[in-house]
Unconditional design. Structure first.
Lengths: 66, 1018
């Protein structure tokens, strides 16, 4: 397990954090590739169920940003 | 006026030109947008961040750029200039020359191979010569149009007849050396000029060593250094030795406020620009010490002073009020500044790097343009416009916006753009637009009940994605996913031919869901949605996987992991797409009438603009007299404010479309964009009147601050500026004698704890009133006790004139305010003693004043809060109305259909209020000129059988879009108000709510699509 990398799901608000992730790309800022982004219309959309479901699906961590 | 046209030419496609084009296009007017450079965008793309919000400049501009290139009513001409304009307003003929680009714009795929192989390397103007580019190049990374062009001045083949390398390497065969200049002749009803400004070149200026000392740069060069997408990738280094600077000096007013070079004006934006750069630089280099050398810090805009204060308290930016006279360089490339304080004291200080805050000046080709289009320039060479007609040039039918007629920052430029649009309307034939039935629109296929048949497309984006990600493997992977009927690659998914491919594949494979793995949906989703609807699919049956911005660009050094991530992202997109449902966008009808709240200058001007364009207006004024604050202004530099007031009232009263409701309060405003219903009550009446309208303009004004300081009210000789104007008009002064000593104290009630904003107009007002006094009483001594003299723009001229006439300016700081004492406290007309520390003589001076004039703040109206609640709009911390976006939506609210003008937005003078009022009218008309608008499809829905009417969602909705129907005991969503945030869905305890387009089912499908546990076990 020495090279184990956590798989992280990121729920990003379309208007700020998702835009920020785009900007990071446009600016060529490099970050680890073990994050999968799902766009949401607002962080207010994040239902407690989302957190349960993602962890149940096997993700090691969840990042909500808005 | 019989001549009316359906089109307008806009000259210059910076943010001002873009905004003007978008507003006109939304009103149904055809716009010819002419731009000299190869891309639209103007100055904003060069900026890293914008003050005072530190928004990324390109990120806020890009959506406007894409919108204008996509808009069916806007035709963009790049590398083009206007040759001539002839004819009369309403029927101009304009000739435009489009310079040869030598690249077939239809074929070019913007892959960049040509520039890579081009043997010519020249300084890149966009990056302020900090980078080299080829003779064939793209203007900047996010250029629109994005195609490459050849610069004929430097191309080897075009000048020497040899090379043609680009032609050989171009995979698309787009190079066309036979390309010729093209001429277009167009008919337009009016012209809007927005060709912007140049920056001052300090090369032969002062003893600052620009271009001699490598570590002296201009503020615009520094901006490119700060920019993450700039030539240095956002790493601030000294150009001389590439070391990180630890101390940084900004020198203000380089090329501004300088009579010697005929720049006797303030460039308005550079103080804030320097503050911003100091803050951002400090964010880049934690142990950096930025220092700003200045004469006056002019942070006069909305929320600017808070930013200025924050730069001191949070970022430790040092401010040194002095004049830098000389810079020398030591052996290590450090710079030694020699600077002089007000009292004549000279000091020296060493800095690692120096930034010259260069001023703004007219465009170098403005004289040529003025001759061609026959408009006049002012004394400084800017396009001439007058205070009461700030958007008119001297040529009828030709209007001006942006910084072309005076230095301006971004929000002011945007405001003038919308304002100029309102002015053109009298030469245009407006027709209320139906919901656009596009020509040959394909009827929508009914796919309900059909098994999902998904088409997945993976974009190469030239080398942007394909250079890192194995796009073929991603497409193959997509093909293995359930329900995917077709998968394939596209070189540039957004190019016209690739979009045609998508449409063909939809037909060929009978696809009913489309997934595109490419760039970001934030910019490209609308384009693809439009494309699939052209093939008969509901536009919401579309999903994007962002494998460029959030993958290939972010993991450039890990191609295998980036490919794995791309596969996951497209799988998730496909999984969500499987659950997508067609959505409807419901039409919201728009009532063409408007209500304007407030009968001051802004309100009246807005009402007149709307009515002149054919809209019925209800103007509501609380008092029994029109005019608001303008009633108390009797002097101006060039014209008579009372004449302006009388003219405006006259125009207002004569217009039959305007219904004036005097002495009337608003009791209630219900409804939403296009469908407002307001209850008005006239004073003394108990019969409320109900009016219906499609838009609201708030122009409720502001109050003059009543001072609690400086013994205001204790002597008839202690007065406010407004009271002084009345005295000067009546020529009656306290005690019946002409005053000999007059002291004015600035910033009374402004720029202090709890009211940390600049009232903007008081410096100019003090200068104006002092000038009037000086004319009336040439022997009077006038002292203006100030913190910073903020006579921005061309107002600077009057300030230096007044200094020339002998008025004395004494600087004070808030911790050492002037002291005021009554000479005889038994006498209500007593003179007052003013004691103030004068830094020039370095001691206290005492003035026995016959008049003490307090330059009091502009206060927000207390009633703002009630109105804000009624309309569901916000106020800022100072109680002023808060616009939708500080930079790019300065007269809109986040709530559709509500607009803002005048002092209610923040302090401003008459000329600025007129501009903003016209802008608000014009923004309102972008709605009012439509018969209906479409609500968004991704809105909330209620499953009534599950709803228990607990009311939780109603409380949580920030947009008042949910209401509990008490009779049926269920929640009801108002489709027009719902913004689709989904906060209610997350709050609903019974699972009765769901968000279309982001349903639980769709989201879960995406979450569960990856076989993560198995991957881990491998």
């Amino acid at each position: 397990m020495s090279n184990w990398e956590p798989k992280i799901l990121a729920l990003l608000c379309n208007w700020c954090s998702y835009a920020g992730a785009d900007l990071a790309g446009v600016s060529r800022m490099q970050y680890p590739p073990n994050v999968r982004v799902v766009r949401i219309p607002c962080s207010g959309r994040v239902d407690p169920l989302f957190i349960v479901k993602t962890l149940q699906s096997g993700y090691d961590g969840l990042f909500v940003s808005g | 006026m019989s001549l009316k046209s359906r089109s307008v030419m806009v000259v210059g496609a910076g943010i001002a030109g873009i905004q003007a084009a978008l507003d006109l296009a939304e009103m149904g007017i055809k716009v010819h947008l002419v731009e000299e450079s190869p891309s639209i965008g103007g100055r904003m793309p060069q900026l890293d961040k914008t003050f005072p919000t530190n928004d990324c400049s390109m990120c806020i501009l890009a959506p406007k750029m894409s919108e204008s290139v996509r808009h069916p009513n806007i035709k963009i001409y790049t590398t083009s200039i206007v040759d001539s304009v002839s004819g009369v307003p309403g029927n101009f003929k304009a000739v435009i020359t489009e310079k040869a680009k030598y690249v077939n714009q239809e074929k070019c795929v913007s892959c960049g191979l040509c520039e890579e192989k081009c043997p010519v390397k020249i300084d890149d103007e966009f990056d302020m010569k900090l980078r080299k580019r080829g003779a064939i190049s793209r203007y900047f990374l996010q250029s629109i149009p994005s195609e490459y062009t050849i610069d004929r001045r430097s191309c080897l083949y075009l000048n020497k007849g040899v090379c043609r390398i680009c032609e050989k390497v171009c995979p698309a065969g787009a190079i066309d050396f036979d390309d010729k200049d093209k001429q277009y002749e167009i008919n337009v009803g009016a012209v809007i000029l927005s060709s912007g400004i140049d920056t001052f070149n300090p090369i032969h200026f002062g003893n600052f060593g620009y271009k001699r000392y490598p570590n002296v740069v201009t503020s615009l060069e520094f901006e490119r250094m700060l920019s993450a997408s700039g030539p240095l990738g956002g790493h601030v280094i000294r150009p001389g030795d590439h070391k990180e600077p630890k101390s940084l000096a900004f020198i203000q007013c380089v090329g501004s406020r300088d009579e010697n070079i005929n720049h006797n004006y303030c460039s308005s934006a550079c103080c804030m620009f320097a503050i911003k750069e100091a803050i951002i630089a400090k964010e880049h280099i934690k142990d950096l010490q930025p220092s700003i050398f200045y004469m006056d810090i002019r942070a006069f805009g909305k929320d600017f002073d808070k930013y200025y204060e924050k730069s001191k308290s949070k970022y430790g930016v040092e401010y040194i009020k002095s004049k830098v006279s000389d810079i020398s360089q030591d052996d290590e490339g450090n710079l030694i500044l020699k600077y002089v304080f007000e009292n004549g004291e000279i000091q020296y200080k060493k800095f690692d790097m120096v930034v010259l805050s260069i001023g703004l000046q007219p465009r170098n080709n403005i004289t040529e343009l003025a001759e061609k289009l026959n408009f006049n320039l002012n004394e400084f060479g800017f396009c001439r416009s007058d205070a009461n007609t700030p958007l008119n040039t001297t040529s009828e039918g030709i209007y001006v916006c942006g910084a072309m007629n005076a230095p301006k920052d971004i929000p002011e430029s945007v405001t003038t753009s919308s304002g100029a649009v309102a002015e053109t309307l009298k030469f245009l034939r407006l027709e209320r637009q139906d919901l656009t039935d596009k020509k040959g629109a394909v009827p929508e296929m009914d796919v309900s009940g059909d098994r999902p048949r998904i088409g997945a497309f993976v974009c190469h984006c030239g080398i942007n994605i394909a250079g890192v990600v194995d796009v073929k493997a991603v497409a193959e992977h997509a093909g293995t996913q359930p329900n995917v009927e077709f998968s394939g690659n596209l070189i540039y998914a957004c190019s016209q031919d690739c979009m045609n491919t998508i449409k063909e594949k939809i037909k060929e494979h009978n696809l009913n869901r489309i997934v595109v793995a490419a760039c970001t949906p934030r910019t490209h989703e609308p384009l693809f949605r439009e494309t699939i609807s052209e093939a008969g699919l509901n536009p919401y049956l579309f999903e994007m996987a962002n494998i460029r911005d959030q993958c290939s660009w972010a993991h450039m050094n890990e191609p295998e992991l980036a490919t794995a991530k791309s596969k996951d992202l497209i799988s998730m997109g496909i999984a969500k797409a499987r659950e997508l449902k067609p959505l409807k966008r419901l039409p919201i009808p728009i009532d063409p009438r408007a209500m304007v709240i407030g009968g001051g200058l802004a309100g009246m001007t807005a009402a007149i603009s709307l009515a002149e364009a054919g809209h019925e207006v209800y103007l509501v004024e609380k008092e029994n007299e029109l005019g608001g604050n303008l009633r108390n202004i009797f002097f101006n530099f060039e014209d008579d404010p009372q004449e302006l007031l009388a003219d405006t009232i006259d125009k207002l009263r004569k217009n039959r479309l305007i219904h004036i409701h005097m002495s009337t309060e608003i009791q209630k405003i219900d409804g939403y964009v296009g469908n407002f219903k307001s209850t008005l009550l006239k004073k003394g009446s108990d019969q409320p009147v109900i009016v219906e309208h499609g838009a609201v303009i708030i122009a409720t004004g502001a109050d003059e601050h009543e001072s609690k300081e400086y013994l205001y009210g204790e002597s008839s000789r202690i007065i406010s500026q407004v009271e002084l104007e009345r005295m000067m008009k009546d020529k009656k002064f306290p005690g019946g004698r002409k005053p000999q000593n007059v002291v004015m104290i600035q910033c009374v009630g402004s720029r202090e704890e709890g009211k940390m904003y600049c009232s903007r107009i008081c410096c100019t007002k003090a200068v104006k009133n002092a000038g009037v006094l000086k004319k009336m009483l040439p022997n009077a001594n006038i002292y203006i006790v100030y913190r910073d003299v903020r006579t921005y723009g061309f107002r600077e001229k009057y300030y230096s004139e007044l200094r020339g006439k002998g008025a004395m300016f004494v600087h004070y700081t808030p911790d050492n305010k002037p002291e005021v004492a009554l000479v005889n406290d038994m006498d209500p007309d007593t003179q007052v003693n003013v004691t103030v520390f004068d830094p020039i003589v370095n001691r206290n001076i005492e003035i026995k004043a016959d008049l003490l004039v307090l330059s009091t703040a502009v206060d927000a109206k207390k009633e703002n809060l009630d109105l804000a609640k009624m309309l569901k709009v916000s106020l800022n911390t100072d109680g002023m109305f808060l616009e939708a976006h500080a930079k790019l939506r300065p007269v809109d609210f986040a709530t559709d259909g509500v607009f803002l003008a005048g002092l209610a937005h923040g302090p401003k003078d008459c000329s600025e209020s007129i501009t903003q009022a016209k802008a608000a009218a014009s923004r309102a008309m972008t709605f009012l000129n439509k018969k209906a608008v479409l609500a968004e499809g991704t809105i909330c829905e209620v499953n009534e059988s599950r709803c228990t009417a607990c009311g939780y969602c109603e409380q949580i909705c920030a947009y008042n879009a949910i209401e509990i129907n008490k009779e049926k005991e269920v929640a009801k969503v108002n489709d027009a108000l719902c913004k689709g945030c989904g906060a209610c869905v997350a709050s609903c305890r019974c699972g009765a709510l769901d968000l279309r387009g982001f349903t639980n089912e769709q989201m879960f499908s995406a979450f569960e699509s990856l076989d993560i546990i198995n991957v881990m076990n491998e």
